[in-house]
Design a protein around this ligand. Structure first.
Ligand code: ATP
Length: 136
């Protein structure tokens, strides 16, 4: 049996997850970061995207909208702006948010905050990709 490490995810709303896991892939701003047990110490910025982790042989997802990860002493701690586990994501809400953002971006009128709409679109896409229905 391979080893495990502690995976802790915190958002401004509180603890999202604290589990002993086998593996995690994080959406780093410079590309994906894979963490296994006894990883070297690390601090990295995270993008909006999907966290994929393995617990007791099962794959699970979380959507995050940016943050940081710190790895030390066999523990990975993610501080995320928002974080939702796959089973708690409201897929219809995320699809509605995606459509809203796409409409705003298509308009391109001067009163539209383009960056804000782009961020909303990325958050919605991450949630759609992390929602449990999408797991294979
Ligand atoms: P919406 O327009 O649907 O509110 P948003 O991207 O503006 O989406 P955020 O500001 O990123 O929402 O998040 C607000 C809160 O709602 C956070 O606590 C976040 O975890 C939660 N949240 C947002 N979208 C979803 C979703 N589809 N399913 C579950 N929780 C969500």
């Amino acid at each position: 049996m391979a080893g495990t490490f502690t995976f802790h995810v915190v958002s401004p709303e509180g603890n999202v997850l604290k589990e002993e896991i086998e593996f995690v892939i994080l959406p780093g701003v410079n590309g994906e970061l894979g963490i296994l047990p006894n990883h070297a110490p690390l601090i990295a910025a995270l993008d909006t995207g999907v966290i994929r982790y393995t617990i007791e042989g099962k794959k699970k997802n979380l959507a995050i909208s940016g943050g940081f990860v710190e790895v030390s002493e066999n523990k990975a701690t993610v501080l995320a702006d928002t974080a939702e586990s796959g089973e708690l994501i409201d897929l219809q809400r995320a699809q509605a948010a995606k459509e809203r953002a796409e409409k705003r971006l298509a308009q391109r009128s001067p009163d539209i905050d383009i960056k804000r709409a782009e961020f909303a679109l990325h958050r919605a896409i991450a949630r759609i990709n992390a929602a449990d229905r999408k797991n294979d």
